[in-house]
Design a protein around this ligand. Structure first.
Ligand code: FES
Length: 147
């Protein structure tokens, strides 16, 4: 008897839909192997990778960054505490930046609700630090929506 999981067991254990597991695998975030009958099997260690992906999604981490972290973790042996810490540090910094940005937005919200202009040039709530302007001139959100 093997401790490897079928895709259904993997989905049930991780709380992720089978279709999502297939997507993660197609993206190279997790791996499976095939039985002689061509059925997928997952090593139990893949559960941890799925857990990392789920946490990252909760934090709004882009898939490319999730891949970077997962690629740095070994597949063939247990993950050391130092490796976990290094992986966690990447998102610690991201979370810190997000918290600072959200705090600034929260503090600005009161005056913006009173103002209501939602100016593309001046409103720190609608367009903080003129991030839309970095994409180029003109109405960037409208242009992007049409592209
Ligand atoms: S709504 Fe006017 S500055 Fe934000």
């Amino acid at each position: 008897m093997t401790s490897d999981l079928t895709v259904g067991e993997m989905a049930a254990r991780s709380g992720v839909a089978v279709s999502a597991l297939h997507f993660y695998e197609a993206e190279g975030l997790i791996q499976s192997w095939r039985t002689p009958a061509n059925h997928r099997r997952y090593d139990r260690r893949e559960l941890r990778r799925v857990a990392i992906i789920k946490v990252a999604q909760t934090l709004g981490v882009p898939l490319a960054e999730v891949r970077e972290v997962l690629d740095a973790l070994p597949r063939d042996r247990p993950i050391s505490a130092a490796q976990w810490n290094a992986a966690g540090q990447v998102w610690h910094n991201r979370l810190t930046a997000q918290i600072e940005a959200l705090t600034a937005l929260r503090d600005q919200m009161g005056s913006c609700i009173g103002c209501g202009c939602l100016s593309l040039e001046n409103c720190p709530l609608y367009n903080p630090e003129d991030i839309a302007g970095r994409d180029g001139p003109g109405p960037r959100r409208w242009t992007r929506a049409k592209e």
